[in-house]
Design a protein around this ligand. Structure first.
Ligand code: C2E
Ligand code: MG
Ligand code: MG
Ligand code: MG
Length: 285
């Protein structure tokens, strides 16, 4: 294990807290240079339409490939960058990479599908936070309906008034973006509250599908899907790994599936290869 810059020896590791703080400090220091040198990479994971096995979308997931530290995953840096607002810069970078990719697909005659980008709740501290996204989408001339913004459900339960979130969703739609509610069911979900928001899709958290035999999880999944359809939203099941889960989701009437059963998140060139070979891969899971 390599020592962070400036660390002189084991004395610095006298507690887990010290180690964490050192690491956070180090990652913070590396951020600006890494962003400039292109060490953040956008991976894409397909969303597959259950009825017909068609690729109906993809999600952009960021990876940090540091030349010295190796691959760093979002769970190690997103929470940190959420504390100090660096996340806003990073999300915009990811968004621009997605726009670039969509523009390339359109120019090469590929039939594009919506690509979603995760938006940290930190953006919503300012009321005009969506403006830079609109500006980038316009610069790359991305037609409306091809960019989707994923908000985690927790955004609905913070100190923000429901009306404020509703206004932001309206603004997204005005800008031509689709809006998706991520990690639904992970924490605070309230089915009643769901009715309040005009989102285009709802992503059911993977923990719903871990123990399918449970009567309760079946009832719950079924009600969420039916409620989503009532408000005109698509349902996406996240983190699907097995064909048993696929059978269950077909039975439940779920629209889209995202998970290792179809593909892991892939670097963009690998994702493009994967698309070319579709649907040969569908049965691998
Ligand atoms: P998320 O948006 O809910 O993304 C889904 C996560 O599930 C991803 O983890 C994905 O790699 C993982 N996953 C996909 N299929 C499967 C599966 O079949 N099994 C399992 N066990 N996992 C699966 P990842 O890429 O590590 O990202 C974690 C979280 O970090 C994301 O959760 C999202 O909240 C956040 N994140 C990732 N990229 C960005 C970004 O560019 N901006 C922001 N603000 N957050 C991001
Ligand atoms: Mg997401
Ligand atoms: Mg999620
Ligand atoms: Mg709608």
């Amino acid at each position: 294990r390599s020592l962070p810059h400036g660390a002189q020896g084991p004395a610095f590791y006298d507690s887990a807290l010290t180690e964490r703080l050192l690491r956070e400090h180090e990652l913070n220091d590396l951020f600006a240079d890494s962003l400039k040198s292109g060490d953040f990479h956008v991976f894409l994971q397909p969303k597959v339409l259950l009825d017909g096995d068609r690729i109906a979308g993809a999600e952009a997931l960021v990876r940090w490939h540091h030349p010295q530290r190796g691959m760093i995953y979002p769970s190690d840096f997103i929470p940190l960058f959420e504390k100090n607002e660096k996340i806003c810069q990073l999300d915009l970078y990811v968004f621009e990479q997605v726009c670039l990719t969509l523009r390339r697909w359109i120019d090469s005659g590929l039939e594009p599908f919506p690509v979603s980008v995760n938006l940290s709740r930190r953006h919503f501290k300012q009321s005009d936070c969506l403006r830079p996204f609109e500006e980038i989408a316009r610069r790359y001339r991305i037609p409306s309906g091809l960019l989707e913004l994923e908000l985690t459900e927790s955004i609905l339960f913070e100190d923000r008034a429901i009306e404020t979130v509703k206004a932001q969703i309206l603004e997204m739609h005005r800008m031509g973006f689709l809006c998706s509610l991520d990690d639904f069911g992970a924490g605070y979900s309230s089915l009643g509250l769901l009715m309040e928001f005009d989102v285009d899709s709802i992503k059911l958290d993977r923990r719903f599908f871990l123990r399918l035999s449970r009567r309760r999880s079946k009832d719950l999944v079924e009600s969420i899907i039916s409620l989503a359809h009532k408000i005109g939203a698509q349902t996406v099941a996240e983190g699907i790994e097995t064909t048993d889960q696929l059978d269950f989701l077909r039975e439940m009437g779920c629209d889209l599936v995202q998970g290792y059963v179809f593909s892991r998140p892939l670097p963009i060139p690998a994702f493009e290869d994967w698309m070319k070979n579709w649907p040969g891969r569908a049965s691998d899971g």
